[in-house]
Write a protein that binds this ligand. Structure first.
Ligand code: PMP
Ligand code: GLN
Length: 384
């Protein structure tokens, strides 16, 4: 025992995030880092200039707790034009410290001891610890087949009187799959007779490929009345380190979310909010992203087409899963580690997001990288 008394952990089963582990390993071994999801190219100079300008103009003190008014207005305009939903600027939107805080506050505001929350696996790594921290119980459902489809009948079958919330994520990290309109309608139908809250993680809403349309929970009128939709400017505008995002929800839900937001961060970095508000005025700044990232996905897949990896092209996000069963029969965690140490390339083993850490021989690669980095990474992958 270290320390003078024993600590009983509130999250005994929770380990250090795989993103921290793999990025550290990449740094330690001077490897190409396609593990943690962040771009290795710069955010737009115009956006950096807008931040500088906001600082020079004196926007350096606390903004309102719900976020800067002009930013809330611009986001609401964007949602109206893309998804046809009208949120109230004063009571139905909050700017958060990244989507991470939005997800944390949304779960914490509603999940009580004994409540059940349906989580579709593989799932992003903050959902379940946050549910548990609040005394809730994650009810895991495995996504099915190579395309990681949701079995909606299974979802229906696990609903009980204790089900408080269901969490979805589209486009989906780590698989790069998306939910279709039909999926969302099925979900809407399943929830219609219940009091279940939908927490919709849409941080990759602008990164969607092959002419597919993002199916936001905001688009479906009945669904949106029970939904909290979370988004991330870090993901959208290539500046994950600015940790700014937001959530939108009907007023009765947002009122509770704000109570948690006020006692965790109160308000969020001010100059960035001013800059994003200005930058959002040009819709091209986000509408161009699908094409930009689809070109990167296609480049990466073309570069590895003669390798021994197999794959289904990602439909959204900036991740590509590659199956390595044609290369080795070691497990994904060991292979990922060896790939860094012996070959100088970092990825994310997908098993850490699965039920019982099931290994499907898949690694996740982030293609939000310069073409030069993708070329170097592909060269390594083709030699395996
Ligand atoms: N949800 C998913 C699915 C993610 O991949 C991430 C990582 N960006 C987040 C939430 C957290 O977003 P942020 O960096 O804005 O906190
Ligand atoms: N969302 C990013 C990913 O999936 C990482 C976020 C984090 O480092 N916590 O890689």
């Amino acid at each position: 025992m270290s320390g003078i008394f024993e600590i009983k952990s509130k999250l005994p089963g929770t380990k250090t995030s795989i993103f921290s582990i793999m990025s550290k390993m990449a740094n330690d071994h001077n490897a190409i880092n396609l593990s943690q999801g962040f771009p290795n190219f710069e955010t737009d100079q115009k956006l950096k200039d807008l931040v500088t300008r906001a600082m020079e103009e004196g926007y350096n003190q606390y903004p309102p707790d719900s976020g800067v008014q002009v930013l809330r207005e611009e986001i609401i305009k964007k949602i109206r034009s893309l998804y046809g939903k009208e949120y109230d600027v004063d009571s139905e939107i909050t700017i958060t410290s990244g989507a991470t805080e939005a997800l944390y506050t949304a779960i914490t505001a509603f999940v009580k001891k004994g409540d059940e929350v349906i989580v579709l696996k593989p799932a992003y790594d903050t959902y379940e610890p946050t549910i548990k921290l609040n005394g809730g119980k994650p009810v895991q459902i495995q996504l099915k087949g190579d395309n990681y489809k949701v079995d909606w009948e299974e979802v229906r079958s696990v609903i009980t009187s204790k089900t408080k919330m269901i969490i979805i994520n589209t486009p989906h990290n780590p698989t790069g799959t998306i939910l279709s309109e039909e999926d969302m309608l099925q979900l809407q139908n399943i929830l219609s007779e219940t009091d279940i809250i939908l927490l919709s993680d849409e941080v990759y809403e602008h990164l969607i490929f092959d002419k597919e349309q993002h199916q936001s929970a905001s688009k479906f009128s009945e669904l949106s009345e029970r939904s909290i939709v979370c988004a991330s400017f870090g993901k959208t505008f290539h500046n994950t380190g600015w940790k700014t995002g937001y959530c939108v929800a009907p007023e009765n839900l947002m009122k509770e979310i704000r109570k948690i937001h006020e006692i965790t961060v109160f308000s969020v970095v001010h100059p960035m909010q001013r800059a994003y508000a200005e930058y959002l005025k040009n819709a091209e700044n986000y509408l161009s992203l699908s094409k930009f990232y689809q070109t990167k996905r296609d480049l990466f897949l073309n570069l590895i087409k003669d390798s021994k990896f197999t794959y289904t092209p990602s439909k959204g996000t900036y991740y590509q899963l590659l199956n390595f069963s044609g290369i080795t029969d070691e497990n994904d965690v060991n292979f990922a580690e060896r790939l860094v140490k012996e070959h100088g390339l970092a990825s994310i083993p997908v098993s850490v997001f699965n039920i019982n850490e099931k290994d499907n021989n898949q690694l996740r690669f982030c293609f939000a990288k310069t073409d030069e980095t993708l070329e170097k990474a592909a060269e390594i992958l083709c030699k395996l």
